[in-house]
Write a protein of this length. Sequence first.
Length: 465
Amino acid sequence: MRNWKYILISFLVSFQASETYAQYGLGPLLNLEPEDSLYISTDSIALANFDYVPDFTATEVRNRLNSISGDIQLTFNTHVFSFIDYLTVRNREYARMILQRQSLYIPTFEKYLALNKMPDELKYLTIVESGLNPKALSRSGALGLWQFIPSTGKWMGLRIDSHFDERMNVEKSTEAACKYLKSLYNSFGDWQLALAAYNCGPGVVGRVVKKYGKKDFWKLYNYLPAETRSYVPQFIAVTYLMNFHKEHNLYPEYYEYPMAYDTVSVSQYVNIDILCKHMGICSEDIFSLNPEIKRNYIPNSESKYVLRYPIDKSDFFRQNRHWLLDSISESVSEIVELNKRLTTPVINTVIGKRTYHKVSRGQTLNMVAATYRVSVSQIKSWNHLKGHKLKAGQRLVIWKQTPKIKAHETTRYPVPKKKFYEVRQGDTLWSISKKFNNVTVAQLKKLNNLGDGGLKIGQKLIIQN
């Protein structure tokens, strides 16, 4: 029979510790000494799922850490022990989630670390950084599995603009992280200091090393930022977990595996919604395979973009490649281009009036052409444009035209004109739908590729397609 009074006390202590961990990272909370007699008993901890939690000693943990062969020193001390206790006892659900996701990304990390001849155990660093979430975003603007801030990401060659953010691309961000970590190791000559510099920046670590004349993380421990002091112990604890989770009766309910995919290189405008419709796939699959895409389309570009799509559609894509690539570029203003191909030129005299268009964020030449019912080539000619790229705020000359139609011409297809609404303070999808009688909340979500997140003030929503 359990001592319920003791269980209640243990639960309150565990809850308080969990709250502190959540606020300050994993955090060394236990006042422990790495002595052979140290013993952690989990018999009294009431866990929600009542899984069996094996007892363990500091000696066992130390010996297990020492048995891991690698190039990074896996120091054992009270700080490391506290994090191991957190992962294996206090937050077993988090540990299970990590074990569940490992097959999604760890093989890619192993591949690039091997190619760059770097320590294999660095594959666990993203668990500390992002919890193996390619879309993890910190308050400081760090994004992706490897949590690059924009400046570092661009410095490492990652594309970050209004259409793409390669910090969320698994392979490219991993390659960039390898280059960055290698440069940090070359600067400090010690992997623990390189990890510390990855967390708080090489400038901070460099100044501490210079001031105190030591090149040892633990000797500089008290002089580093609080978050960085926890960073290396967390990495060691996570490395321990991934090697010895079975000894702690930790297993995932199931394993997640990456979706098998094929690729196609595209340089023209691609409407992802239309692509998914024609191929019979969910847009979530495309965005899962291409997490760096920030919008529901791929813009025109002089350089090709390698688009990943589910491999079970490979045969269909190959058999219908030309038709698909034509159709997916025919959205918003595609009907204008379709008119150009299906009919002879219908404008033989132009009576025009010059106007100006200010490019909004995310607009393409196709979109502008559709708005004014002119062709992309005309806009390029009027504005002396060589490529297809536009910049937010750019001013374009547009000639509004009045065409004279020849009597024998085929009737042209009508061009749908999109209607937009700019989100104001206090707006919700429901309140916006009430302002426009012909649109529902479900339609707003579909037209704008919205999930369950909130709206942002100034955000432009498509009301009518």
